[in-house]
Write a protein that binds this ligand. Structure first.
Ligand code: NAD
Ligand code: IPM
Ligand code: MN
Length: 370
């Protein structure tokens, strides 16, 4: 039986609550003999700051580097609002992405049939939705230098963030988007703002060239990112794969989340380059949502984004596509049965806790695997 090394980083707030549920799922696949998992836990975010004075320790970074996959919960919260900028909880997440070279963030937004009425949009707009946002994750304004606040001679302050992209960064994310489009409906929509930003001009040129030279069989369209945001709520099913930069991808994926019913539904995979020798790549699996301080500690969090992220780990890191399909079918079955955490429930509808939702996924796996 194949053996995999998973590094679990629950983080803060609801991160710790949803990690408990994914651990049950990991144990289920192990008990069924589908794979052996060696799991280790580390600290990230505010919980790491409280112990180490930084958002992730070097020792935990080394464990992340050595793992087959990192399973990440969420970080942040008001408790750490006043900590130094470089030690803020989110810095731990950004260091993991940057140091592991996780340049490709896959954020699938699927509207499960049972949730077509849970979206804030009308059923006919979201029913059957299946789009994939491919977000560049290690470049752009998140990491560009200078990034600073300076005090001018007149005492005024000036804050600078820098949006930078070079050709190779755009080429490699474009290839990921085109390759994935070939496995889906064969269409890439590249979103940037070439009308305002030099990075948008280069993004547009490079994606166009990669498409023409390497993926002539895939349909490519260009859309300005603000229009893309509008189209996502107007007619989202026009999209298949959306390929976009770090910041636009962050915002567009939160919009896409609401098409599926809740931010608590959106999983993601953050992938590095494949090593040509070993065929392996670094990877981290993280729900799109954050630590949800408003509901943390109350058992209200929807664990489906986290469990769905583990399904993506099975598919993209562990080469267990059938197991991933099984887990996604179990999630769909639980939703079909009418079980709802509060975020996906209609007014007046009965709701279940984080734990009950996790237990229901396990029960569905038991039923499906007979
Ligand atoms: P958030 O995603 O934590 O929450 C936004 C809203 O969605 C809240 O009302 C929350 O209750 C709800 N929500 C999110 N996940 C949910 C789930 N699984 N089930 C039910 N409801 C859910 O965003 P925020 O409030 O803007 O940020 C809170 C903190 O989280 C900040 O410190 C932010 O930096 C951090 N954050 C971290 C990550 C991450 O770790 N990947 C992502 C986004 C935000
Ligand atoms: C996300 C989050 C992160 C981001 C933050 C917490 C750094 O919003 O994963 O979507 O902006 O990338
Ligand atoms: Mn975000």
């Amino acid at each position: 039986m194949a053996s995999f090394n998973l590094f679990l980083l629950p983080g803060d707030g609801i991160g710790t609550e949803i990690m408990v549920e994914v651990e049950k799922v990991v144990a289920w696949f192990q008990a069924r003999g589908i794979a052996r998992f060696e799991t280790e836990r580390g600290l990230v975010g505010g919980s790491a700051y409280d112990v180490h004075g930084k958002a992730i320790s070097d020792a935990d970074m080394a464990l992340a580097q050595a793992s087959d996959a990192v399973i990440f919960g969420a970080v942040g919260g008001p408790k750490w609002d006043a900590v130094p900028y470089d030690a803020r909880p989110e810095a731990g997440l950004l260091r993991l992405r940057k140091d592991l070279g996780l340049f490709a963030n896959l954020r699938p937004a699927i509207c499960y049939p049972a949730l077509a009425d849970a979206s804030s949009l009308k059923r006919e707009i979201v029913e059957g939705l299946d789009i994939l946002i491919v977000r560049e994750l290690t470049g752009g304004v998140y990491f560009g230098e200078p990034k600073e606040i300076v005090t001018l001679e007149n005492g005024e302050k000036r804050a600078v963030d820098t949006q930078v992209y070079s050709t190779h960064e755009i080429e490699r994310i474009a290839r990921v988007a085109f390759e994935l489009a070939r496995t889906r409906r064969n269409k890439v929509s590249s979103a940037e703002k070439r009308n305002v930003m030099k990075t948008g001009v280069l993004w547009n040129q490079v994606v166009t060239r990669v498409g023409r030279e390497e993926f002539a069989d895939v349909e490519l369209e260009h859309v300005l990112a603000d229009n893309c945001a509008m189209q996502l709520v107007r007619r989202p099913k026009q999209y298949d794969v959306i390929c976009t930069d770090n910041l636009f991808g962050d915002v567009l994926s939160d919009i896409a989340a609401m098409l599926t019913g809740s931010l608590g539904m959106l999983p993601s995979a953050s992938l590095g380059e494949t090593d040509p020798v070993t065929g392996k790549r670094k990877a981290m699996y993280e729900p799109v949502h954050g630590s949800a301080p408003d509901i943390a500690g109350k058992g209200l969090a929807n664990p489906i984004a986290m469990i769905g992220s583990f399904a993506m780990a099975l598919r993209y890191s562990l080469d267990l596509g059938d197991a991933a399909d099984l887990l996604e079918t179990a999630i769909a079955a639980v939703l079909d049965s009418g079980l709802r955490t509060a975020d996906i429930a209609k007014v007046g509808e009965n709701t279940v806790s984080t734990k009950e939702m996790g237990d229901a996924v396990i029960a569905a796996l038991d039923r499906l695997a007979v």
